[in-house]
Design a protein around this ligand. Sequence first.
Ligand code: NAD
Length: 288
Amino acid sequence: MTTIGFVGLGIMGSPMAAHLAAAGHTVRGYDRSAPAVEKLVAAGGIAAANTAEAVRGAEVVITMLPADEQVREVGGEVIAEAEPGLLLIDMSTVRPDTATWLAESAHRKGIRVLDAPVSGGQAGAERAALSIMVGGSAADFTAARGLFEVLGATIVHVGPTGSGQVVKAANQLVVGGILGLVSEAIVLLEATGVDPVAGLDVLAGGLAANRVLDLKRAAMIARQFQPGFRIDLHHKDMGIALAAARQAEVALPLTALVAQLVAAARAMGHGGLDHSALLTVVEALSGR
Ligand code: NAD
Protein backbone atom coordinates (compact mmCIF):
# COMPACT_ATOMS: atom_id res chain seq x y z
CA MET A 1 0.00 0.00 0.00
CA THR A 2 1.23 3.49 -0.87
CA THR A 3 1.09 6.79 1.02
CA ILE A 4 -0.29 9.31 -1.46
CA GLY A 5 -0.58 13.09 -1.29
CA PHE A 6 -3.44 14.28 -3.53
CA VAL A 7 -3.82 17.96 -4.45
CA GLY A 8 -6.90 19.13 -6.41
CA LEU A 9 -10.12 17.42 -5.29
CA GLY A 10 -12.56 18.84 -7.84
CA ILE A 11 -14.93 17.16 -10.30
CA MET A 12 -12.22 14.67 -11.33
CA GLY A 13 -9.85 14.60 -8.35
CA SER A 14 -12.57 13.91 -5.79
CA PRO A 15 -13.71 10.51 -7.14
CA MET A 16 -10.12 9.57 -8.10
CA ALA A 17 -8.80 10.21 -4.57
CA ALA A 18 -11.79 8.34 -3.11
CA HIS A 19 -11.05 5.27 -5.28
CA LEU A 20 -7.42 5.25 -4.11
CA ALA A 21 -8.53 5.44 -0.46
CA ALA A 22 -11.10 2.67 -1.04
CA ALA A 23 -8.33 0.50 -2.53
CA GLY A 24 -6.51 0.68 0.82
CA HIS A 25 -3.94 3.39 0.08
CA THR A 26 -3.32 6.17 2.60
CA VAL A 27 -4.53 9.33 0.84
CA ARG A 28 -3.78 12.73 2.36
CA GLY A 29 -5.66 15.31 0.31
CA TYR A 30 -5.60 19.07 -0.07
CA ASP A 31 -7.81 21.44 -2.01
CA ARG A 32 -8.19 25.18 -1.49
CA SER A 33 -11.93 24.50 -1.21
CA ALA A 34 -12.61 23.16 2.32
CA PRO A 35 -15.79 21.20 1.38
CA ALA A 36 -13.74 19.25 -1.19
CA VAL A 37 -11.35 18.13 1.57
CA GLU A 38 -14.27 17.19 3.85
CA LYS A 39 -15.66 15.01 1.05
CA LEU A 40 -12.35 13.11 0.84
CA VAL A 41 -12.36 12.56 4.62
CA ALA A 42 -15.91 11.15 4.36
CA ALA A 43 -14.58 8.77 1.68
CA GLY A 44 -11.81 7.45 3.95
CA GLY A 45 -9.00 9.92 3.21
CA ILE A 46 -7.07 12.24 5.53
CA ALA A 47 -7.30 16.06 5.47
CA ALA A 48 -4.19 18.14 4.76
CA ALA A 49 -4.17 21.86 5.61
CA ASN A 50 -2.00 22.75 2.62
CA THR A 51 0.10 21.24 -0.18
CA ALA A 52 3.20 20.89 2.03
CA GLU A 53 1.22 18.81 4.55
CA ALA A 54 -0.09 16.57 1.76
CA VAL A 55 3.46 16.00 0.52
CA ARG A 56 5.07 15.26 3.91
CA GLY A 57 5.65 11.50 4.30
CA ALA A 58 4.16 10.69 0.88
CA GLU A 59 5.78 8.24 -1.54
CA VAL A 60 3.62 9.50 -4.42
CA VAL A 61 1.97 12.90 -4.97
CA ILE A 62 -0.86 13.22 -7.50
CA THR A 63 -2.04 16.63 -8.74
CA MET A 64 -5.39 17.14 -10.52
CA LEU A 65 -5.58 20.91 -10.97
CA PRO A 66 -7.38 23.15 -13.47
CA ALA A 67 -4.57 24.54 -15.65
CA ASP A 68 -0.89 25.39 -16.22
CA GLU A 69 -0.81 28.25 -13.69
CA GLN A 70 -1.95 26.04 -10.78
CA VAL A 71 0.28 23.13 -11.83
CA ARG A 72 3.35 25.41 -11.89
CA GLU A 73 2.42 26.93 -8.50
CA VAL A 74 1.53 23.68 -6.71
CA GLY A 75 4.26 21.73 -8.54
CA GLY A 76 6.82 24.23 -7.21
CA GLU A 77 5.48 23.73 -3.66
CA VAL A 78 5.65 19.93 -4.04
CA ILE A 79 9.26 20.06 -5.27
CA ALA A 80 10.26 22.40 -2.43
CA GLU A 81 8.77 20.07 0.21
CA ALA A 82 9.53 16.63 -1.25
CA GLU A 83 12.36 14.26 -0.37
CA PRO A 84 14.44 12.77 -3.23
CA GLY A 85 12.83 9.63 -4.66
CA LEU A 86 9.25 10.92 -4.47
CA LEU A 87 7.13 10.22 -7.56
CA LEU A 88 5.05 13.23 -8.67
CA ILE A 89 2.23 12.36 -11.07
CA ASP A 90 0.48 15.33 -12.68
CA MET A 91 -2.87 14.14 -14.06
CA SER A 92 -4.15 17.65 -14.97
CA THR A 93 -4.40 18.71 -18.62
CA VAL A 94 -1.64 21.26 -19.30
CA ARG A 95 0.77 22.29 -22.05
CA PRO A 96 3.47 19.76 -22.95
CA ASP A 97 6.11 22.40 -22.15
CA THR A 98 4.67 22.74 -18.62
CA ALA A 99 5.15 18.98 -18.19
CA THR A 100 8.75 19.35 -19.37
CA TRP A 101 9.36 22.30 -17.01
CA LEU A 102 7.94 20.32 -14.08
CA ALA A 103 10.06 17.25 -14.84
CA GLU A 104 13.27 19.25 -15.31
CA SER A 105 12.71 21.23 -12.07
CA ALA A 106 11.93 18.03 -10.15
CA HIS A 107 14.80 15.96 -11.55
CA ARG A 108 17.29 18.53 -10.21
CA LYS A 109 16.12 17.47 -6.71
CA GLY A 110 15.97 13.75 -7.42
CA ILE A 111 12.17 13.76 -7.72
CA ARG A 112 10.59 11.57 -10.42
CA VAL A 113 7.74 12.91 -12.56
CA LEU A 114 5.08 11.47 -14.88
CA ASP A 115 2.59 13.49 -16.95
CA ALA A 116 -0.57 11.39 -16.92
CA PRO A 117 -3.61 13.30 -18.18
CA VAL A 118 -6.90 11.46 -18.50
CA SER A 119 -9.92 11.15 -20.74
CA GLY A 120 -13.36 9.81 -19.86
CA GLY A 121 -14.84 12.77 -18.00
CA GLN A 122 -16.61 12.86 -14.67
CA ALA A 123 -18.39 9.56 -15.43
CA GLY A 124 -15.07 7.88 -16.23
CA ALA A 125 -13.55 9.16 -12.98
CA GLU A 126 -16.55 8.00 -10.94
CA ARG A 127 -16.61 4.55 -12.55
CA ALA A 128 -12.78 4.22 -12.34
CA ALA A 129 -12.81 3.73 -16.12
CA LEU A 130 -10.52 6.56 -17.25
CA SER A 131 -8.17 6.41 -20.22
CA ILE A 132 -4.76 7.42 -18.88
CA MET A 133 -2.00 8.57 -21.26
CA VAL A 134 1.37 8.59 -19.59
CA GLY A 135 4.59 10.42 -20.46
CA GLY A 136 7.87 9.79 -18.63
CA SER A 137 10.36 6.99 -18.07
CA ALA A 138 9.38 3.33 -18.44
CA ALA A 139 10.62 2.61 -14.90
CA ASP A 140 8.45 5.35 -13.35
CA PHE A 141 5.46 4.17 -15.43
CA THR A 142 5.94 0.63 -14.13
CA ALA A 143 6.15 1.93 -10.55
CA ALA A 144 2.89 3.88 -10.94
CA ARG A 145 0.94 1.30 -12.91
CA GLY A 146 -0.80 -0.24 -9.88
CA LEU A 147 -2.21 3.17 -8.91
CA PHE A 148 -3.35 3.90 -12.48
CA GLU A 149 -5.17 0.54 -12.50
CA VAL A 150 -7.28 1.73 -9.55
CA LEU A 151 -8.38 4.77 -11.59
CA GLY A 152 -8.61 3.67 -15.20
CA ALA A 153 -9.40 0.97 -17.73
CA THR A 154 -7.09 2.00 -20.58
CA ILE A 155 -3.57 2.79 -19.41
CA VAL A 156 -0.86 3.45 -21.98
CA HIS A 157 2.75 4.62 -21.68
CA VAL A 158 2.91 6.82 -24.77
CA GLY A 159 6.53 8.06 -24.59
CA PRO A 160 8.94 10.37 -22.75
CA THR A 161 8.05 13.42 -20.63
CA GLY A 162 5.39 15.61 -22.28
CA SER A 163 4.05 12.84 -24.55
CA GLY A 164 1.04 12.24 -22.31
CA GLN A 165 0.03 15.89 -22.71
CA VAL A 166 0.53 15.80 -26.50
CA VAL A 167 -1.79 12.78 -26.71
CA LYS A 168 -4.33 14.56 -24.49
CA ALA A 169 -4.20 17.62 -26.80
CA ALA A 170 -4.95 15.29 -29.73
CA ASN A 171 -7.84 13.81 -27.74
CA GLN A 172 -9.32 17.22 -26.99
CA LEU A 173 -9.18 18.47 -30.58
CA VAL A 174 -11.02 15.33 -31.71
CA VAL A 175 -13.67 15.66 -28.96
CA GLY A 176 -14.16 19.37 -29.76
CA GLY A 177 -14.58 18.64 -33.45
CA ILE A 178 -17.12 15.89 -32.82
CA LEU A 179 -19.10 18.12 -30.44
CA GLY A 180 -19.22 20.80 -33.15
CA LEU A 181 -20.42 18.33 -35.79
CA VAL A 182 -23.07 16.73 -33.55
CA SER A 183 -24.28 20.28 -32.82
CA GLU A 184 -24.51 20.99 -36.55
CA ALA A 185 -26.46 17.75 -37.08
CA ILE A 186 -28.98 18.73 -34.37
CA VAL A 187 -29.45 22.23 -35.83
CA LEU A 188 -29.98 20.81 -39.35
CA LEU A 189 -32.44 18.14 -38.20
CA GLU A 190 -34.50 20.58 -36.12
CA ALA A 191 -34.51 23.29 -38.80
CA THR A 192 -35.92 20.83 -41.34
CA GLY A 193 -38.56 19.47 -38.98
CA VAL A 194 -36.92 16.05 -38.56
CA ASP A 195 -37.11 14.55 -35.07
CA PRO A 196 -33.54 14.90 -33.71
CA VAL A 197 -34.04 11.98 -31.30
CA ALA A 198 -34.86 9.56 -34.13
CA GLY A 199 -32.20 11.10 -36.37
CA LEU A 200 -29.36 10.81 -33.88
CA ASP A 201 -30.45 7.31 -32.83
CA VAL A 202 -29.80 6.16 -36.40
CA LEU A 203 -26.48 8.02 -36.57
CA ALA A 204 -25.36 6.28 -33.36
CA GLY A 205 -25.76 2.88 -35.05
CA GLY A 206 -23.83 3.63 -38.23
CA LEU A 207 -20.45 4.93 -39.37
CA ALA A 208 -21.10 8.24 -37.56
CA ALA A 209 -21.27 6.44 -34.20
CA ASN A 210 -19.11 7.98 -31.47
CA ARG A 211 -18.98 8.37 -27.68
CA VAL A 212 -20.26 11.98 -27.78
CA LEU A 213 -23.41 10.72 -29.50
CA ASP A 214 -23.69 7.83 -27.02
CA LEU A 215 -23.21 9.87 -23.85
CA LYS A 216 -24.45 13.36 -24.67
CA ARG A 217 -27.08 13.34 -27.41
CA ALA A 218 -30.12 13.16 -25.10
CA ALA A 219 -28.84 16.01 -22.91
CA MET A 220 -27.89 18.12 -25.94
CA ILE A 221 -31.34 17.74 -27.54
CA ALA A 222 -32.90 18.67 -24.15
CA ARG A 223 -30.46 21.63 -23.83
CA GLN A 224 -29.19 20.35 -20.48
CA PHE A 225 -25.66 21.64 -20.21
CA GLN A 226 -24.64 21.18 -16.58
CA PRO A 227 -20.95 20.12 -16.33
CA GLY A 228 -19.33 17.60 -16.76
CA PHE A 229 -16.51 19.28 -18.52
CA ARG A 230 -16.67 23.05 -18.57
CA ILE A 231 -16.36 25.19 -21.71
CA ASP A 232 -13.65 27.16 -19.84
CA LEU A 233 -11.51 24.00 -19.58
CA HIS A 234 -12.06 23.01 -23.20
CA HIS A 235 -11.10 26.57 -24.23
CA LYS A 236 -7.83 26.04 -22.34
CA ASP A 237 -7.34 22.68 -24.06
CA MET A 238 -7.90 24.05 -27.58
CA GLY A 239 -5.23 26.65 -26.75
CA ILE A 240 -2.89 23.85 -25.67
CA ALA A 241 -3.50 21.95 -28.94
CA LEU A 242 -2.85 25.05 -31.07
CA ALA A 243 0.29 25.97 -29.08
CA ALA A 244 1.62 22.42 -29.49
CA ALA A 245 0.85 22.55 -33.23
CA ARG A 246 2.68 25.86 -33.56
CA GLN A 247 5.70 24.45 -31.76
CA ALA A 248 5.65 21.35 -33.98
CA GLU A 249 5.19 23.60 -37.07
CA VAL A 250 2.07 21.80 -38.32
CA ALA A 251 -1.25 23.28 -39.49
CA LEU A 252 -4.47 22.19 -37.78
CA PRO A 253 -7.15 24.23 -39.59
CA LEU A 254 -10.20 22.39 -38.22
CA THR A 255 -8.84 22.65 -34.68
CA ALA A 256 -8.38 26.41 -35.17
CA LEU A 257 -12.00 26.73 -36.30
CA VAL A 258 -13.37 24.69 -33.39
CA ALA A 259 -11.21 26.76 -31.00
CA GLN A 260 -13.01 29.89 -32.26
CA LEU A 261 -16.42 28.29 -31.67
CA VAL A 262 -15.39 27.38 -28.11
CA ALA A 263 -14.11 30.96 -27.62
CA ALA A 264 -17.50 32.24 -28.82
CA ALA A 265 -19.31 30.05 -26.27
CA ARG A 266 -17.20 31.65 -23.54
CA ALA A 267 -17.83 35.13 -24.90
CA MET A 268 -21.56 34.36 -24.80
CA GLY A 269 -21.18 33.76 -21.03
CA HIS A 270 -21.30 29.96 -21.22
CA GLY A 271 -17.83 29.21 -19.82
CA GLY A 272 -19.30 27.43 -16.80
CA LEU A 273 -21.55 25.15 -18.88
CA ASP A 274 -20.67 21.69 -20.19
CA HIS A 275 -18.69 21.72 -23.45
CA SER A 276 -21.74 20.29 -25.25
CA ALA A 277 -23.07 23.88 -24.96
CA LEU A 278 -21.11 24.41 -28.18
CA LEU A 279 -24.58 23.73 -29.60
CA THR A 280 -25.67 27.23 -28.46
CA VAL A 281 -22.99 28.80 -30.69
CA VAL A 282 -23.92 26.71 -33.71
CA GLU A 283 -27.59 27.68 -33.16
CA ALA A 284 -26.74 31.37 -32.81
CA LEU A 285 -24.87 31.32 -36.13
CA SER A 286 -28.18 30.42 -37.79
CA GLY A 287 -30.18 32.91 -35.75
CA ARG A 288 -31.90 30.15 -33.82
P1 NAD B 1 -12.20 21.40 -11.09
O1 NAD B 1 -12.12 22.87 -11.27
O2 NAD B 1 -13.50 20.75 -10.75
O3 NAD B 1 -11.15 20.92 -9.97
C1 NAD B 1 -9.91 21.52 -9.73
C2 NAD B 1 -9.72 21.62 -8.22
O4 NAD B 1 -8.43 22.19 -7.96
C3 NAD B 1 -10.74 22.52 -7.55
O5 NAD B 1 -11.41 21.80 -6.52
C4 NAD B 1 -9.91 23.69 -7.00
O6 NAD B 1 -10.40 24.19 -5.78
C5 NAD B 1 -8.56 23.04 -6.84
N1 NAD B 1 -7.44 23.99 -6.84
C6 NAD B 1 -7.20 24.97 -7.75
N2 NAD B 1 -6.06 25.62 -7.44
C7 NAD B 1 -5.58 25.02 -6.32
C8 NAD B 1 -4.43 25.24 -5.52
N3 NAD B 1 -3.54 26.21 -5.82
N4 NAD B 1 -4.25 24.44 -4.44
C9 NAD B 1 -5.13 23.47 -4.14
N5 NAD B 1 -6.25 23.21 -4.86
C10 NAD B 1 -6.46 23.99 -5.93
O7 NAD B 1 -11.59 20.77 -12.43
P2 NAD B 1 -11.77 19.27 -12.98
O8 NAD B 1 -12.95 19.23 -13.89
O9 NAD B 1 -11.64 18.31 -11.85
O10 NAD B 1 -10.46 19.19 -13.91
C11 NAD B 1 -9.15 19.01 -13.39
C12 NAD B 1 -8.20 18.77 -14.55
O11 NAD B 1 -8.60 17.58 -15.24
C13 NAD B 1 -8.19 19.89 -15.58
O12 NAD B 1 -6.89 20.09 -16.07
C14 NAD B 1 -9.11 19.37 -16.68
O13 NAD B 1 -8.80 19.92 -17.94
C15 NAD B 1 -8.84 17.88 -16.62
N6 NAD B 1 -9.93 17.01 -17.06
C16 NAD B 1 -11.21 17.25 -16.69
C17 NAD B 1 -12.22 16.41 -17.15
C18 NAD B 1 -13.67 16.65 -16.80
O14 NAD B 1 -14.55 16.02 -17.43
N7 NAD B 1 -14.00 17.49 -15.83
C19 NAD B 1 -11.92 15.32 -17.97
C20 NAD B 1 -10.58 15.08 -18.30
C21 NAD B 1 -9.59 15.94 -17.84
